[in-house]
Write a protein that binds this ligand. Structure first.
Ligand SMILES: C[S@@+](CC[C@H](N)C(=O)[O-])C[C@H]1O[C@@H](n2cnc3c(N)ncnc32)[C@H](O)[C@@H]1O
Ligand SMILES: [Zn+2]
Length: 342
C-alpha cells in the first residue's frame, strides 16, 4: 500500500477510516483508491446526487469570495465576545465549551472564519465543512498560514450523511444553516450517531416567534415581499421564513428521540426587528454600511472596528432589558440551540 496521511473522516466509498495517498494534489483513498476530492486538493465527501443542485447554487455564490476577516485565531475572538451585531455569539462560545484535545466538526460553515478562534482552545482536530467545495477552497486558501499544527481539515460534507465513525466527534456546530436541510430528523440522527457520549451539538438559527409569525402572514406580508425583492433570499430560506422558524417544544421532542438532552437560549427581539426593518427600508448600500466592520493593525495583532458599534450596542442593551417582558421573551427570534449526547 502507498504511504498515506490519516484524516478524521471515513471514506464514503469503502467506509473505512480515510487515509489519503501521499503525493499528488488530487486526494485519493489509500485503501480503495477512489478519488475523494478535487484536482486542487479539496476533499469532497458528498455522495447524494440529489444535493447537486443545492451544491451548485452555493458554489456559484461562494466562487471568488474575498474573506474580510484576518486568519489570526486570537484576533477572531473579538467576533465572538465583543462584536455588537451578534449578541448570540457569546452564548454559542459558552455552549461549545472546553475543546482541548477534542474533535470539533463545523457543518454548513460557508466562508466563515471566526471559528478559527477555537484553535486557541487547543482541539485535536478542527474540521471546516460545507456542502460547497468553493466555500472550502476559499477558506482553505485564506487560512493556509494558520495551520501550523495539522489540526485543521477542510471538506465538502453533506450534514445529513456525516463521513465520521460512530461516537468519534466531541462537538458538532452549525451557524445559520440547519434550516437549509430538507430532512432535519435524518440530520439530528446523524449528529447523535457521530457524537461521543457527553458530546455537544451547538447551533444558531431562528426560533418560532408567534407574534412575528402572525404579523408576517397577515399585515407584514406585503412588506416582506418588498424586502425579498430588494434582498433576494434562497427558496429554502423563504420556505422556513414562511413556516416560522424552529418551534422549541417540537425540536425538544425530536432531539430526545435521537438520544440527546436539548437546550435552547433565545435572544434578540429588537435585534431582529432592526434587521428586518433595515431589509425593508434601507438600500443594500446603507444596509452594508450599518453592519460594516474593519480590522486595523494594532501592535502585533488586529483590532476590530465597528463604525456603528454604539448604535448596535444600544439596541442590544434595550434587548437585554426587554427580555424580562413575557411577550418579548416568547418572541425573541435568535435561537442558540442544540443538545448534549446521553
Ligand atoms: C445561510 S448559509 C450559512 C453559511 C454560514 N454558516 C454563515 O453563517 O455564513 C447556509 C449554508 O448551508 C450549506 N448547506 C446547504 N445544504 C447543506 C447540506 N446538506 N450539508 C451541509 N451544508 C449545507 C450551504 O452551502 C450554505 O453555505
Ligand atoms: Zn475508500
Amino acid at each position: 500500500m502507498p504511504a498515506a496521511t490519516t484524516t478524521p473522516f471515513r471514506c464514503p466509498a469503502c467506509r473505512e477510516p480515510l487515509a489519503l495517498v501521499a503525493g499528488g494534489a488530487e486526494p485519493r483513498c489509500a485503501r480503495c483508491e477512489r478519488p475523494a476530492g478535487t484536482a486542487d486538493g479539496i476533499l469532497d465527501l458528498v455522495t447524494d446526487p440529489a444535493l447537486r443542485g443545492e451544491a451548485d447554487h452555493f458554489d456559484a455564490e461562494y466562487a471568488g469570495v474575498r474573506i474580510g476577516d484576518p486568519a489570526d485565531p486570537d484576533a477572531l475572538g473579538q467576533l465572538w465576545t465583543s462584536y455588537p451585531n451578534a449578541p448570540f455569539n457569546r452564548a454559542l462560545l459558552q455552549r461549545i465549551g472546553d475543546v482541548e484535545d477534542a474533535t470539533v466538526v463545523l457543518l454548513g460553515n460557508g466562508t466563515l472564519v471566526k471559528e478559527l478562534h477555537l484553535l486557541t482552545r487547543r482541539p485535536r482536530a478542527l474540521v471546516f465543512s460545507d456542502l460547497s467545495v468553493a466555500a472550502m477552497r476559499a477558506v482553505r486558501d485564506h487560512v493556509a498560514a494558520a495551520d501550523r499544527e495539522q489540526v485543521l481539515h477542510f471538506a465538502a460534507i453533506d450534514a445529513q450523511q456525516l463521513p465520521f465513525a460512530d461516537a468519534s466527534v466531541d462537538v458538532v456546530y452549525g451557524y445559520a444553516f440547519v434550516h437549509h436541510l430538507p430532512d432535519v430528523d435524518r440530520f439530528l440522527a446523524e449528529v447523535a450517531r457521530v457524537l461521543a457520549p457527553g458530546g455537544r451539538a451547538v447551533f444558531m438559527d431562528n426560533a418560532m416567534a408567534p407574534l412575528w409569525q402572525a404579523a408576517k402572514v397577515r399585515v407584514l406580508r406585503p412588506l416582506m415581499d418588498l424586502a425579498h425583492r430588494r434582498n433576494p433570499i434562497s427558496q429554502e430560506d423563504l420556505r422556513v421564513t414562511l413556516e416560522g422558524g424552529f418551534g422549541v417544544e417540537d425540536f425538544a421532542a425530536r432531539i430526545r428521540a435521537v438520544g440527546g438532552e436539548p437546550f435552547f437560549e433565545r435572544s434578540g427581539f429588537v435585534h431582529y426587528l432592526a434587521t428586518r426593518a433595515s431589509d425593508i427600508f434601507l438600500s443594500p448600500d446603507s444596509r452594508a454600511r450599518l453592519s460594516r466592520r474593519r480590522w486595523e493593525r494594532r501592535g502585533g495583532g488586529w483590532r476590530l472596528v465597528v463604525p456603528h458599534g454604539r448604535l448596535l450596542r444600544t439596541l442590544q442593551r434595550i434587548d437585554d432589558r426587554l427580555t424580562r417582558v413575557p411577550l418579548v421573551e416568547r418572541n425573541q427570534m435568535r435561537l442558540v440551540w442544540g443538545f448534549v449526547r446521553a
